[in-house]
Design a protein around this ligand. Structure first.
Ligand code: BES
Ligand code: MN
Ligand code: ZN
Length: 494
């Protein structure tokens, strides 16, 4: 993504995006104001949130598309509204075949300048994302990869002094790493499997500045990760344990934030086989892995003063003569035994061992896991909100603060002891399903059985990591959910 900050003015062949508040429907340009008057009187553009209006303007012999977008009432503005409005306006500018887009910096004192700049760049960068590398025909969509944005303001000199370039740089990295996560999710399971996911993590490490260690099957066996290996056993593709380390705070070497991402590069359900409809999107079952790879990339690139280790237990859940079966009793790295009642509840098994590994071998002091874990999360909260289970409310409050900056919504579910009883087995220590009720909670609490005494947050991103319909700044497919929120949480600590 190409983006710079420059003086706002008319340049031939560039579309201009002007965001306007409903209660402040005017610009410094009298000709534009005349058009605004006209549109307002006709009722075709009132500045209501999400409204779009476009026209062509010629000034000093130069012609450009003007795209107006409504922000609603100024007192209701926030970062997420800015992202959405800019995303929508940019999609219109793209429909009008523009490749260079000029955005006028939103002028408001209701949101801090750094957040305005970040939200504008994120909205623009994320809304122009495409996944079309597998299309043979060169088409319009493909061209839009070369989008060039600039953010501008007529009073550039006052604003320049305020570090706008730094905010733009930060947002650019967040866009790039969110797109990395989207790409990883959108790649099909025949190109992204444990080995290639590990290769992508290594590449990201080299590019963004973190260290990656990849453990192969023999080493995973030596660690006695029996739960992880049981899930992996049915596939021809060998599992990988991907460990990513970033030490940005050497004075506090013993303080390490642990991130764990579910890395099922494909989930067929195993012997508890999914119906086709449920299986077609299961290349996305490594959305948690994509999120932690994206997040540690952003954290490293922006050199946050914090220590972070991210772990992904990558494997495929498949059917074969070697696969684990409903009724099996398996072990785990922590030593707990697990009765497998459903092979489709596989994510929690891989995560249990990944969590034990990151606590015992990497010595992290806190754990956040992200997982496309349960269909029940979609039933409970839909596709807009990530479900959270925790053993420490103050840790959750930190997440809420980060989510307010990123605009990614989270909601806490209860974790009462009553729910913990639901995953106790008659013949083993635990069972891997808790029945139909409270599925997202019992799945989370299963992982919670392995966090020992560590503060822990579990984010079930089953609803938020993937979308079937394009939205203001996303398209159908992987959303990159979690990357920006994890970054903001780390930044607030650094
Ligand atoms: N990966 C799925 C969860 C999922 C479902 C993610 C839909 C995204 C969209 C997970 O491994 C799974 O299959 N969960 C089961 C658990 C059940 C067997 C207790 C589910 O939710 O049905
Ligand atoms: Mn499953
Ligand atoms: Zn799964």
């Amino acid at each position: 993504m190409n983006i710079g900050f420059k003086k706002f003015g008319c340049t031939d062949g560039e579309a201009a995006i002007i965001s306007l508040f409903e209660d402040r429907l005017q610009t410094p340009n009298s000709d534009v104001n005349t058009i605004l008057e006209y549109a307002k009187n006709k009722g075709s553009f009132l500045g209501k949130f999400g409204e779009i209006y476009n026209f062509v303007r010629t000034i000093d012999g130069k012609t450009q598309d003007m795209v107006l977008v409504g922000l609603g009432k100024e007192e209701t503005i926030d970062g997420e509204k800015i992202r959405r409005a800019i995303g929508k306006a940019l999609k219109r500018a793209a429909e009008l075949k523009n490749k260079k887009v000029f955005m006028r910096l939103i002028d408001t004192d209701k949101v801090e300048l750094n957040l305005v700049v970040k939200a504008m760049v994120e909205g623009a960068g994320l809304s122009s994302y495409k996944f079309n590398k597998y299309k043979s025909e060169k088409n319009d969509d493909k061209d839009q990869k070369e989008f060039e944005f600039s953010l501008g303001s007529p009073n550039i000199d006052d604003i320049k002094a305020l570090d706008v370039d730094k905010f733009i740089e930060e947002a650019k990295v967040l866009v790039e790493t969110t797109i990395l996560a989207r790409d990883l999710v959108n790649e099909p399971a025949n190109t992204i499997y444990p080995e290639t996911l590990a290769e992508e993590a290594v590449k990201a490490g080299v590019k963004y500045g973190f260290e990656t260690e990849v453990l192969e099957k023999e080493q995973i066996c030596d660690l006695k990760m029996d739960a992880f290996l049981s899930v992996a056993r049915g596939s021809k593709k060998k599992p990988r344990l991907i460990v990513m380390r970033y030490f940005g705070d050497n004075q506090n070497k013993n303080n390490i934030l642990g991130l764990v991402g579910k890395g099922l590069t494909y989930d067929s359900g195993g012997y508890s086989l999914k119906p086709n409809d449920g299986m077609v999107t299961m290349k996305s079952d490594m959305g948690g892995a994509a999120a932690v790879i994206g997040a540690i990339s952003a954290i490293s690139k922006l050199k946050l003063k914090i220590n972070v280790i991210a772990v992904v237990a990558a494997c495929e859940n498949m059917v074969s003569g070697k696969a684990y079966k409903p009724g099996d009793i398996i072990g785990s790295m922590a030593g707990k035994t697990i009765e497998v009642l459903n092979t489709d509840a596989e994510g929690r098994l891989t995560l249990a061992d990944a969590v034990t590994y990151i606590i015992r071998k990497e010595n992290v002091t806190e754990v956040i896991d992200l997982a496309t874990l349960t269909g029940a999360a979609l039933v409970a909260l839909g596709t807009t909100t990530t479900a959270v289970v925790t053993n420490k409310d103050s840790f959750y409050e930190e997440l809420v603060k980060a989510s307010k900056v990123s605009g990614e919504k989270v909601w806490q579910l209860p974790a009462f002891d009553d729910y913990k009883k639901m995953i106790k087995s008659d013949i083993a220590d635990l069972k891997n399903i808790g029945g139909r009720n409270a599925g997202t909670i019992t799945a989370g609490l299963f992982i919670g059985e392995f966090v020992e005494d560590k503060p822990w947050l579990h984010l079930d991103i089953a609803g938020t990591a993937w979308t079937d319909a394009a939205d203001d700044y996303s398209i159908k497919g992987g959303t990159g959910a979690g990357v920006r929120t994890l970054y903001e949480l780390a930044k607030a600590r650094a």
